[in-house]
Design a protein around this ligand. Structure first.
Ligand code: GLU
Length: 418
């Protein structure tokens, strides 16, 4: 079984899981069950390209567990997507939903493709074919996709439309993160980044530091990075470095975030901003700052750069940006890590609001959404930090233990059938 998923991302996720299980003294059968996904689907999608040729793209949808409700999790379009990575991300969604006490199981999807190399109509055809292929296992009560790296509200609109046309009626609650006009939620676009910023606020308070002038470095200037930067600068932090896939920019006395937000996001163009020093993505990670926010891809903080980090706190905007070795190094160095399943849960939480609104066909105001989101993020931070203190473990371990335990206890109490 293990060979099916073997990959650096899955190894990381399983090692984290096994470590948390030791601390929880979880029954062996629960460990065996939750170490691997409940259900995985591999699909091969033939797509007609603009030049008339047909290319076949491999996609996945993995449901790690469906104990607490329908599967929930994004769809990633990235050339490195493989079964192991999707399974690792699906497992992470289970713990994230458990920690947030949402009525969802964990799921994730992905297609091995570089969306930047596709035209808009190729992207649409790929999305519709992928949706058609995973259709038997998705639905508002089965599994609800959302955006992730490389996908966006337009992709969700095509998924929703393909599902709805096949079923014969409009089904907004089959995906979240869709445009507001077709039943998306106000605030979903900003939710992950704003949530990261709320958690930064909590972390600063927790470690008895003040917000004004706090120096922040953000790796990744996509959906998560941009909204994190915007909210943090509104709060009075100084964003000293940001980067996208081509590289980054740095100014020790702070970057003008609003100006940076005007630069078109696609294809990595942040270095077009000339009034700052150019830095590489790896330089960004070791810059001197108060808060380092990896908000791009996984496994960027490693045993190589872990000893060189010069931040005071790491806040994980991305999923899985810190390797196990790096986690140990940072713990030894006394640099706290606010884990992904806590720090970036804002998107998932507003996805939950969107799903509820879709099912009820009753829509909330922005004010209600952000005040509910803020309340939930702050409560989650308190829950995790109290538990970490009580158990004498790191914030990552506490968050994982809480998330895993939620799923495991639900599984136990439901029992086995058939
Ligand atoms: N892709 C996001 C995540 O990793 C959002 C998932 C969702 O909203 O369902 O949490």
């Amino acid at each position: 079984m293990y060979e099916l998923f073997k990959s650096p991302a899955f190894d990381n996720a399983v090692t984290q899981f096994d470590r948390a299980c030791e601390n929880l003294a979880l029954d062996d059968w629960l460990r065996d069950r939750l170490r691997f996904p409940q259900r995985t689907l591999i699909v091969n999608c033939p797509v007609r390209m603009d030049n008339g040729k047909i290319r076949v793209f491999t996609g996945y949808r993995v449901q790690h567990n469906l104990t607490l409700g329908p599967g929930k999790g994004g769809v990633r379009y990235h050339p490195d997507v493989d079964m192991g990575e999707v399974a690792a991300l699906a497992m992470g969604m289970s713990w994230k939903c458990g920690l947030a006490e949402l009525p969802f199981g964990g799921a994730k999807g992905g297609v091995a493709v570089d969306p930047v190399n596709l035209s808009l109509s190729e992207l649409e055809r790929l999305t519709r074919r992928y949706t058609a292929e995973i259709l038997p296992i998705i639905g508002p009560n089965k599994d609800i996709p959302a955006p992730d790296m490389g996908t966006n509200p337009q992709v969700m609109a095509w998924m929703m439309d393909t599902y709805s046309m096949t079923e014969g009626y409009t089904t907004p609650a089959v995906v979240t993160g869709k445009p507001v006009i077709i039943g998306g939620s106000l605030g979903r676009e900003e939710a992950t980044g704003y949530g990261v910023a709320y958690i930064v606020e909590d972390a600063l308070r927790h470690f008895e530091k003040r917000i004004p002038g706090t120096r922040v470095a953000i790796q990744g200037f996509g959906n998560v990075g941009t909204y994190t930067a915007r909210k943090l600068s509104e709060m009075g932090c100084s964003v000293v470095a940001v980067s996208d896939m081509q590289g980054g920019i740095y100014n020790a006395s702070g970057l003008p975030v609003l100006k940076l937000l005007e630069i078109p996001r696609q294809r990595g163009r942040i270095q077009e901003f000339k009034e700052a020093d150019k830095i590489t993505n790896s330089e960004l990670l070791t810059i001197e700052c108060d808060i380092l926010i990896p908000a791009a891809i996984g496994r960027v903080i490693t045993k190589e750069n872990g000893p060189k980090l010069r931040c005071k706190i790491v806040v994980e905007g991305a999923n899985g940006p810190t390797t196990i070795d790096a986690d140990d190094i940072l713990e030894e160095r006394g640099i706290p890590v606010i884990p992904d399943i806590l720090a970036n849960a804002g998107g998932l939480i507003v996805s939950y609001f969107e799903w509820v609104q879709g099912l009820q066909e009753y829509f909330w105001s922005r004010d209600i959404i952000f005040s509910e989101l803020q309340k939930r993020m702050h409560n989650m931070f308190r829950k995790v930090s109290d538990y970490a203190k009580e158990k004498g473990v790191t914030l990552r371990m506490a968050a994982l233990m809480l998330g895993i335990n939620q799923v495991a206890q639900a599984k136990k109490i439901r029992g086995l059938y058939p």
